[in-house]
Write a protein that binds this ligand. Sequence first.
Ligand code: DON
Length: 545
Amino acid sequence: MRYLPACILMLLTTPVFAASTEAVKPESGMVVAAQPAAAEAGMAMLQKGGNAFDAAAATALALGVVEPGSSGLGGGGFFMLYIARQDRYVMIDARETSPAAAGHGEVFESRSSIDGAQAAGVPGLAAGVDRLAKKYGKLGLKRVVAPAVKLATDGFTVSSRLAGMIEWRKAAFNPAARELFDKKPGEIIRQPQLAATLKQFGEHGAEVFYRGETALSLARDLKRDGGLIGLNDLGEYHAVERKPVVFDYHGYRVVTAALPSSGGMTLAHIFGQLQDDDLKRLKELDRDHLLIEAMKRAYRDRNRYLGDADFVTVPYDYLAENRLQELRDSIDMQHASPALDIQGVGEMFSEGHDTTHFSVVDREGNMVSATLSVNYAFGSGYVSPSTGILLNDEMDDFATRPGEPNAYGLVQGQANGVEPGKRMLSSMTPSFIIGPERTFILGTPGGSRIISMVLEASVGSMLDEAPPDDWVNSPRFHHQFLPDAVQLEPGFSAKLAGQLQGSGHTLQWLERPYGNMQAILLDRKSGRLTGITDRRGEGAVSRQP
Ligand code: DON
């Protein structure tokens, strides 16, 4: 690994592989998304002469309608873009912010950061899509909104997967959410208020959402129903363009999410520890052991030191070579290190079910990797009756009760404490893994496990021992420092699990699979595209004819 400290990492934007000069253009366009109707919405934009950014805007809005428990206008997310003409990567940060009334988190007791209107951060998706469509797209907002308006008006059929999510979360639904979403498999969900809100957004863009009629209606509903978001919070919200985290590992360039996502910094931390390891030559057991140990150390630091960089200073040494080396040196290849034993190693003294992903490529070579969320399944469970917007519960991604685990079991510190206007730390990691000949576009939902899923699929692409389908679909493993256990998906090799246990790892077998990765592999020599949708979900690959 060519290691660069954090500040330089984010400035390193010139691709090592001159994609624009050597590369053949993609053979066609492609959209891979978690729902077929959303992939088709994006494809319709490509077919109308739009580019990947138009397709991404349409896909994002359509997902918010047909996957209402996972993302939408009431949520936020990150869009990683590659703009082929400029040979430039940029991240649109549409992450939610904390409303002023949340103060320093005093208002959150027990589940109040998860269920109900007060759990919502100021939504970012509308600002992100506005920026994406107007600055980078060709078709204009009205046209990219159209498929979502149609889907919200005509409705869509509830699958058994969605019905399961509804059943699980419906206790948190307010009356408006219950009326819309309390449905059985085979029933239709129609969202007329949301259709009207989307239409307004198509006409007037972010202005109406944050400072116009939608803002007034939303703020009125929230005030009446115990929400913390006021008109000022909406008025002050802005999507921000950020330089992605960029680093190199053994001939691969990784372009990935910047703070306030912890994803890129955590991947850089893990690969940084492994700079002198040859993953290709290690036996599977040793490789998995090493990855688990590196994850454990990287999540420890994530949980302790990372937060919105506009509010907290990430220690300068965070990714320093000698510190990561010290952490690597503390890994015993024969035995798991108990989490408690690595307290103090590489210590720095410094101040400090549900989401969605899609990937897009167009014929010009533009690319989008986007992960969007309302946090938990159906977010806060609160639908604003007059706008039809389901609000997120991203406030729970803050350390609302420092020292206590959040919904994903993350025990986080003061760096990620609540402050007015601050963005809560995220794990969403939309990424591009740029190899000598191929570019792998990937990301997934899955809360704190997102980063390890992206790590494992990235390593799969680097090893190239198994077909691309396996990089996405192989059983996964995860360690996040606390709880001090390796979480294993059903289907993970029992033999390997036994060996890991033999090395001292505590195993936690999960009852259900996790994640829903939507990826595209672009062969830059031939222009060939391979779409890969996670078999754990209901996603679809849409290829331009
Ligand atoms: O930003 C985050 O890290 C979380 N709000 C993501 C939530 C998520 O992926 C839920 N999916 N199962």
